[in-house]
Design a protein around this ligand. Structure first.
Ligand SMILES: NC(=O)c1ccc[n+]([C@@H]2O[C@H](COP(=O)([O-])OP(=O)(O)OC[C@H]3O[C@@H](n4cnc5c(N)ncnc54)[C@H](OP(=O)(O)O)[C@@H]3O)[C@@H](O)[C@H]2O)c1
Length: 257
């Protein structure tokens, strides 16, 4: 048998921001690939709806409402996972947000909200997950949802860019530190995908034309196009890959101008 397995049977994935947008798509895609899924976000009814969709696919789903900016809340999530005797084979740090202020207008409170949601959460979720994966002796996978904004300069959104670049660097250092424990840490860098986060900006036709002008594939990404890369990075097929960021960007990051 020379084809390594892409399926996720007998794996449980913990996905943050799983109630809508990219997180929801990844949760449903993971279920289709055979995984059971623990779903995190602050909006319980969205989590319940995704959980129902996952159960309809024959997989188990565990909605856990939590605010991932709070270390107390993260601690409670892992206590709940322990008390329900669940496992965490794969963590996807996907919860994120953006406030598109010009650099001179960014307030301290905006800065802290973006940094805590995108960056602090991913670090402390990873710390708890790695502790868990080390303890159970099986290792595991961590996948950070970064962004093209973490690699290349977009025209605005400096704080968002700071957090996404930090996730790419965090991915490398954690991969280095935890490789000996069989914990692989990788990242995915999406370009524009239509979700509640980008819905408004993608209604601006001039802005979309500018996006397409720098996108070799000349279109916005479709959510299922993120699922394959995320399933791959969580599966045995990616067993020798760590510390990498896979840009799912229609070619946006390959060129300069
Ligand atoms: N869409 C794109 O084009 C694009 C491109 C590059 C990167 N990304 C990244 O992909 C990720 C998902 O983006 P998206 O477009 O799917 O966004 P979205 O539609 O706004 O969904 C964000 C998810 O994160 C959750 N979340 C936000 N703050 C949270 C908190 N404090 N605690 C727990 N959950 C929280 C939200 O749930 P609640 O608000 O209910 O808690 C929601 O489920 C983000 O990290 C984003 O930066 C997106």
């Amino acid at each position: 048998m020379y084809l390594p397995s892409f399926d996720l049977k007998n794996k449980t994935a913990l996905i943050t921001g799983a109630g809508r947008g990219i997180g929801r798509a990844l949760a449903l895609g993971y279920a289709e690939a055979g995984a059971d899924v623990i779903l995190l976000s602050r909006t319980e009814d969205e989590l319940q709806a995704v959980a129902e969709e996952i159960r309809a696919k024959g997989r188990k789903a565990y909605p856990l409402p939590a605010d991932v900016t709070s270390t107390e809340s993260i601690k409670n999530v892992f206590a709940e996972i322990e008390s329900q005797q669940l496992n965490v084979d794969i963590l996807i740090n996907n919860a994120g947000m953006n406030i598109r202020s010009k650099a001179l207008d960014v307030t301290e409170s905006e800065w802290e909200t973006i940094v805590n949601t995108n960056m602090k959460s991913a670090f402390f979720m990873s710390q708890k997950a790695a502790e868990w994966m080390k303890k159970n002796g099986k290792g595991g996978r961590i996948i950070n949802i970064s962004s093209v904004a973490g690699k290349t300069a977009l025209r605005t959104g400096v704080v968002y860019a700071q957090t996404k670049a930090a996730m790419i660097q965090m991915t490398k250092v954690l991969a280095f530190e935890w490789g000996q424990d069989n914990i692989q840490v990788n990242s995915i860098g999406p370009w524009y995908f239509e979700t509640p986060l980008t819905e408004k900006i993608l209604q601006d036709k001039a802005y979309v034309a500018d996006i397409l002008a720098v996108t070799p594939l000349k279109r916005i990404g479709q959510l299922p196009e993120l699922v394959g890369p995320a399933v791959f990075l969580g599966s045995d097929a990616a067993s020798y890959i760590t510390g990498q960021t896979l840009f799912v960007d229609g070619g946006m990051t390959i060129h300069g101008f």
